[in-house]
Design a protein around this ligand. Structure first.
Ligand SMILES: Cc1cc2nc3c(=O)[nH]c(=O)nc-3n(C[C@H](O)[C@H](O)[C@H](O)COP(=O)(O)OP(=O)(O)OC[C@H]3O[C@@H](n4cnc5c(N)ncnc54)[C@H](O)[C@@H]3O)c2cc1C
Length: 449
């Protein structure tokens, strides 16, 4: 077997797979390696299984709310059934991914890859060399300086649980905790979120994040802000969690403690120093071409790179495309400026694109806000939604859209419309002029302003 390649890609997630398949189609001799099952986080342990589960729990919620309005009978949400159904999506991924690579003529390797020098990678007993490398090793749960952190259950392990225990505590109030918390609460579990910062869902507009937190509390979830977990102790019947709020200490109890306190680049085991590759806590240090700042023949993309882009699936794919444009066609990339939408798949969902009010203020960008409850709109009233809101950040005089934030069952669809609007510099008048199909969530858009 050829052990010298044009390109070796480390990691088979969205970033690595995109790079490998496109580079091979352009005529490069490509090898790809993964230390876990092929396919990466999104389809096996991230977005997709999460969406199957939260999607079904949303259907359950809708059906329960309209019981007596056309739907009757008892409904039950079952973790075991949800998990089995989710497995029907995740189980085929590794084999299908590897088959696709092989059918295309991409050489596949299994095992942990580590550099022995800037042009050589060691996988088990084997050494392979290449002209170019792409590091696409993703992220892992961040190391937490908490005594007893070894008791924490990761999101990977959460998906694998055969049973959900009755009392679940999430450390950290980010999107993963909120999504799992809504799911667990709908399954009848007692859920607590402990968050170190003042505001949960950091990065989202505070006003909207607080509204979602209120809806989360209405589901029965306890949220403790400004609270730090200091110690986790295993007991005979669960765990004792020591927490500190300002200077007050307190004890909480749970049957399971879940890590929802952020992810960090997965660079362990790569031996980047052997290849002279610079990195920081945020990932492999790269320029706008996603090229290592210290080793120009090595690139990094996705969650493991310090590109400044959010760690999401669409950005991992985008980085892959940008680096290929440079590696294959020598095109220098402009700094990344696209609008990046993101969604918290709770129910209702929270979705956001562009500037938050705080960002506009901090960056001294002139802005106006238009913020309202749309709960009484026909779109939401007909399914008895408990709360729907929109908040828009506009540029005064030009009416350009700077940011758009939504809470509702339709938030994920609305945010895509506003992403398109921001991307193409559309104004309030442009969106008001469109003939939106009626009755749809989009036909409400003209009245948001
Ligand atoms: C629970 C959860 C929910 C999420 N939900 C969403 C969502 O709704 N929307 C969204 O856009 N994003 C979501 N994300 C984030 C999204 O999954 C990631 O941004 C995306 O998968 C990153 O892709 P990647 O290619 O950079 O890395 P990954 O898909 O993580 O792939 C990296 C691969 O590299 C391999 N690897 C690591 N080190 C080595 C090594 N030394 N040698 C060989 N192989 C190695 C790993 O085994 C892994 O397979 C979610 C993430 C999680 C955890």
């Amino acid at each position: 077997m050829n052990t010298t390649y044009d390109l070796i890609v480390i990691g088979t997630g969205v970033a690595g797979s995109t790079v490998a398949t496109k580079a091979q189609k352009e005529g490069l001799e490509v090898a790809i390696v993964d230390e876990r099952s092929f396919g990466g986080t999104c389809p096996q342990r991230g977005c997709d299984p999460k969406k199957v589960m939260t999607g079904i729990s949303a259907i359950y919620d809708d059906a329960k709310r309209v019981r007596g309005q056309g739907i009757n009978g008892n409904l039950m949400l079952s973790w075991t059934d949800l998990k089995e159904f989710t497995k029907s999506f995740t189980d085929p991924i590794p084999e299908a991914t590897e088959k696709k690579f092989r059918d295309q003529g991409i050489h596949t390797f299994h095992g942990q890859a580590s550099f022995t020098d800037p042009h050589t990678l060691q996988i088990g007993e084997e050494n392979i060399t290449a002209r170019h490398f792409v590091i696409a090793t993703g992220a892992k749960p961040a190391d937490l300086p908490i005594e007893g952190a070894e008791h924490l259950v990761t999101s990977d392990q959460f998906f694998e649980l055969y049973q959900l225990p009755d009392r679940i505590l999430f450390v950290g109030g980010g999107y993963i905790s909120f999504e799992f918390a809504h799911l667990a609460a709908r399954l009848g579990k007692k859920v607590i979120i402990v968050h170190r910062g003042r505001y949960v869902l950091e990065g989202y507009d505070y006003e909207m994040a607080n509204k979602l937190a209120e809806h989360t509390k209405d589901l029965g979830v306890d949220i403790h802000n400004d609270t730090e977990v200091t110690k986790i102790t295993k007991l005979d019947n669960g765990y004792k969690i020591d927490v500190k709020k300002f200077n007050h200490s307190h004890e909480l109890k749970a049957d399971m403690v879940v890590h929802g306190a952020g992810r960090s680049p997965n660079l362990e085991g790569l031996r980047l120093d052997e290849a002279g590759i610079e990195y920081s806590k945020k990932g492999v240090r790269v320029n706008d071409n996603h090229q290592s700042v210290s080793q120009p023949h090595i690139y990094a993309a996705g969650d493991c790179s310090d590109s400044g882009l959010p760690a999401l699936t669409p950005t991992a794919g985008e980085e892959a495309g940008r680096l290929l444009d440079h590696m294959l066609h020598g095109k220098n990339q402009e700094p990344f400026r696209k609008a990046v939408p993101s969604v918290v798949f709770t129910y209702p969902k929270l979705a956001s694109v562009g500037l938050t009010q705080r960002q506009a203020k901090d960056q001294e960008i002139p802005y106006e806000t238009s913020s309202k409850s749309i709960t009484e709109y026909f779109t939401y009233k007909r399914t008895k939604e408990p709360g729907a809101y929109v908040k828009l950040i506009l540029k005064p005089y030009t009416e350009e859209i700077l940011g758009a934030h939504f809470i509702s069952s339709k938030a994920d669809h609305l945010v895509n419309v506003f992403t398109l609007a921001i991307e193409h510099g559309l104004t309030k008048s442009d969106l008001k002029r469109v003939l939106w199909a009626y009755p749809t969530a989009e036909s409400d858009i003209p009245s948001f302003f």
